[in-house]
Write a protein that binds this ligand. Sequence first.
Ligand SMILES: CC(C)(COP(=O)(O)OP(=O)(O)OC[C@H]1O[C@@H](n2cnc3c(N)ncnc32)[C@H](O)[C@@H]1O)[C@@H](O)C(=O)NCCC(=O)NCCS
Ligand SMILES: Nc1ncnc2c1ncn2[C@@H]1O[C@H](COP(=O)(O)OP(=O)(O)OP(=O)(O)O)[C@@H](O)[C@H]1O
Length: 195
Amino acid sequence: MIVVGLTGSIGMGKSTAAGMFRELGVPVNDADEVVHELYRGEAVAPVEAAFPGVAKNGVIDRAELSRRLVAAPERLGELERIVHPLVRERERQFLAQQKAAGAPFVLLDIPLLYETKAEARVDRVVVVTCDPEKQRERVMKRPGMTAEKFAMILARQVPDSEKRARADYIIDTSDSFDVTREQIRAIVDELRAAG
Ligand SMILES: CC(C)(COP(=O)(O)OP(=O)(O)OC[C@H]1O[C@@H](n2cnc3c(N)ncnc32)[C@H](O)[C@@H]1O)[C@@H](O)C(=O)NCCC(=O)NCCS
Ligand SMILES: Nc1ncnc2c1ncn2[C@@H]1O[C@H](COP(=O)(O)OP(=O)(O)OP(=O)(O)O)[C@@H](O)[C@H]1O
């Protein structure tokens, strides 16, 4: 089974690209999605213990957690130490299930692939990128986004130029969805032939 890592900085179009891999029948494990699920289950108690008041009606309020982190960015590392091992465990379960099902290749959507040294766990890396102005424009349109939050997240991420330099494949989402879909189809065809 070939394990492909998908990464890209905030707002580059990673989730959109992951969705297109899914449409082509590729099994995808999305780390951001896993975090959001954990915030409705397993991670609620430890995160609430570290950041009292962020759990509301038994789930972590991400907007509130973000506000706390923007006020104290040095605490993001503490949050990561709680969340990342749980994310990693979910990834292991996903890989075991897919292997048992005989999948020829799978995609791990890992936003912090280079930052967390996850590169060692994958066979190939696909980096999603776009023009930096387009990235800012997309991100700033999101509800609840602020310049401070954007800056906090960007500061934790390996620069886009370095990601591109280390990639096996690059998907540029600056153009239309159709152009992106074609780039993804070509990658999937090549990997299916290789697997
Ligand atoms: C800060 C939080 C509360 C913001 O939640 P929100 O719903 O507004 O944003 P979302 O989770 O969709 O993330 C937005 C973008 O920021 C990136 N991002 C999130 N956390 C981090 C981080 N610790 N370092 C770098 N980038 C990050 C995401 O990959 C995504 O590209 C949330 O992202 C979080 O709890 N992060 C810590 C867990 C983590 O490290 N997740 C990254 C993937 S495992
Ligand atoms: N190929 C494309 N052409 C045009 N717009 C795109 C393309 N890909 C993504 N977009 C748009 O860019 C925005 C950001 O995309 P998406 O949510 O996939 O990014 P992301 O990298 O997953 O973001 P985050 O890292 O914050 O989760 C969305 O509004 C999406 O519609």
